[in-house]
Design a protein around this ligand. Structure first.
Ligand SMILES: O=C(O)CCC(=O)C(=O)O
Ligand SMILES: [Fe+2]
Length: 344
């Protein structure tokens, strides 16, 4: 059901329609392409991810952030060339300003690739996660969630392919056998309202699709039109889903990767959010898919942002974003690459 009410300003899409009859599948396809084209953000209900699992994910996230700082720093991202691990608030940068959020990132659990002279720098993104010894259940819970989310996200991606009248498996080659399954636990501390309120600065996500599991504290805002920000008020049990740059590129801008940000909670509150980013295989190159004329006519080309040029090479596009967000990792593990690109 797509609705606009006082409570929620973004479309609501019922994923169970996908299991329905032909008319219901038609209905969800229409809703998906409209929501993803006009807003780039929607709520997804009846997504099939067990509510118990969601509750446990939120519990371990709280437990992680409640660990003593020394435990969190034992897995800090600054020691991972793969951009995995913990970041203190203020260490991540968006639009040249620090984000006031602490966070813990994991990716697909794979061995680091052997690096030789000709290996592209983005190959360093693949590698193992860091897990805190003080919270052994974190690995099992997040891995289970990562797998469940990947399966559901790929179904949604295929529904998008159907909605765009592309072959059902059109995007499968891009996410390949090794999709980029990035999970981020986030805590936004409260802040007094007399200074910066940047929880995370305005940005687009770089992958295919992002799923956000919010707690009950508002703060996420979506730029639905230039300088018009709408609150993505938490809707219990639903994910907030948004389109990433890869889908915008692949559809020549028919689907929109929309700018969003998080405003810090007031001083006496905090906000927790768990994000799942489905990205493509690092070695993939994004083609422009041929949409039927009726849709292609409405595609405006991917929005070009001089602050953030989009790259069709998945690994390079992803690396660009990670290097910008995490200058400490960039300095420590990518100094050679940064030197080489600076001299080109
Ligand atoms: O905290 C949220 O709900 C959104 C976070 C976000 O946009 C991001 O990490 O890319
Ligand atoms: Fe985001």
């Amino acid at each position: 059901m797509m609705s606009k009410s006082n409570a929620v300003a973004l479309p609501v899409i019922d994923f169970a329609l996908l299991q329905g009859d032909e008319a219901e599948r038609q209905q969800i396809h229409t809703q998906l392409s409209k929501a993803a084209r006009e807003v780039g953000f929607f709520y997804l209900t009846n997504h099939g991810i067990d509510s118990q699992l969601l509750a446990v994910v939120q519990q371990v996230s709280r437990a992680f952030f409640a660990l003593p700082q020394a435990e969190k720093l034992s897995v800090q991202m600054a020691q991972s060339p793969h951009f995995r691990g913990y970041n203190l608030e203020g260490s991540e940068i968006t639009r040249s300003q620090p984000d006031y959020r602490e966070q813990f990132d994991i990716g697909a659990e794979r061995p680091a690739l052997p690096l030789t002279a000709g290996t592209p720098a983005w190959a360093r993104l693949q590698g193992p996660n860091q897990w805190p010894q003080a919270l052994p259940e974190l690995q099992q819970v997040l891995t289970e969630w990562q797998q469940a989310m990947t399966a559901m996200a790929l179904e949604l991606l295929r529904a998008f392919a159907d909605a765009l009248h592309l072959p059902h498996n059109a995007f499968d080659n891009l996410y390949g056998a090794l999709p980029n399954e990035h999970v981020k636990l986030i805590r936004y501390p409260g802040r007094p309202d007399n200074g910066s309120r940047q929880g995370v600065g305005a940005h687009k996500d770089s992958g295919f699709l992002t799923f956000l599991l919010q707690d009950d504290q508002p703060g996420l805002q979506v730029e639905v039109a230039p300088d018009r920000w709408v609150d993505a008020t938490p809707l219990p049990g639903a994910f907030v889903v948004n389109i990433g740059e890869l889908l915008e590129l692949a559809t020549n801008g028919y689907l929109r990767a929309t700018v969003h940000r998080v405003v810090s909670p007031p001083a006496d509150r905090q906000r927790l959010s768990v994000a799942f980013f489905l990205g493509a295989e690092l070695g993939a190159v994004v083609p422009v898919y041929q949409l039927p004329d009726s849709l292609a006519r409405l595609a405006q080309g991917p929005a070009s942002d001089p602050l953030n040029p989009l790259l069709r090479d998945v690994g390079w596009n992803y690396l660009k974003g990670r290097l910008r967000s995490h200058p400490d990792v960039a300095q420590r593990f990518y100094a050679d690459y940064l030197r080489d690109t600076a001299s080109v």
